[in-house]
Design a protein around this ligand. Structure first.
Ligand code: ADE
Length: 235
């Protein structure tokens, strides 16, 4: 693969990675959108990081910003693969631990409630597929896999958990399925790399656990990103 594009929500998640690769920002590349582009070359590959950007003084997390970033990244950069690298909540009951990194084996929404058992409810869940080489890569690099489940909130309501459990969700985030949705419109493959900051079934306050573990999870993410790039650049 020659052009690899990482889509990332938060600066803290990608800072160690940008530093490791000496990535350089191209200011204003996506103006007037807030998305930010960082570039580097590695093993003959063009590496891009597209951050959602900031508004009102904080990083833009969530589905809307991730959709905008994915859309403009594909249109302007035409990458061979989209890599959504970020943090997530995990379930201890599904083998999650703080700062453990998973590769996604699918992506779904858990908070788009449309009752019924027809095409509308199917669409609301999403169920986007991942890059076809994900499982082989995860096995070869020794990563566990999990299904990414996306919603617009950091907390988890009982109705979210019900949908997550009914559909096999395992890694709770706020962007993955939105990125999968946009990529599916273009037929672009998506690879998910997710590092756990908090345990959805651990009993701790999510936001505090998230803040406490963000740096450790981001360091684990950098190491995983590095190994994934080595792998992808050899394909
Ligand atoms: N990102 C990190 N932890 C999360 C959680 N528990 N829910 C949604 N997004 C997250």
């Amino acid at each position: 693969m020659e052009k690899i594009c990482f889509i990332v929500a938060m600066r803290a998640e990608v800072k160690p990675f940008i530093e490791e690769y000496g990535m350089v920002e191209e200011p204003g590349f996506f103006a007037p959108l807030p998305c930010q582009l960082y570039k580097a070359e590695k093993n003959g590959c063009q590496l891009f990081v597209v951050l959602n950007g900031q508004q009102h003084g904080s990083d833009l997390v969530g589905c809307e910003a991730a959709s905008v970033a994915t859309n403009v990244a594909i249109q302007r950069l035409d990458p061979d693969i989209i890599v959504n690298s970020g943090t997530c909540g995990g379930f201890r009951s599904e083998g999650a631990e703080i700062a453990k990194v998973f590769i996604g084996n699918g992506a779904m929404f858990h908070d788009r409630r449309v009752p019924g058992d027809d095409e509308w409810s199917t669409q609301s869940i999403g169920n986007y597929s991942v890059w076809e080489g994900s499982a082989e890569m995860a096995a070869s690099l020794g990563f566990s896999m999990g299904k990414v489940t996306t919603g617009s909130s950091l907390d988890m309501q009982p109705c979210d958990l019900e949908v997550i459990k009914a559909n096999g969700g395992q890694l709770k985030d706020m962007e993955g399925a939105a990125i999968g949705f946009v990529a599916s419109l273009y037929g672009k493959p998506v690879l998910y790399i997710k590092s756990v900051t908090d345990l959805c079934d651990g009993g701790a306050e999510t936001i505090e656990e998230f803040r406490r573990n963000l740096h450790a999870a981001s360091l684990a993410l950098r190491e995983a990103d590095r190994r994934v790039i080595e792998y992808l650049s050899g394909l």
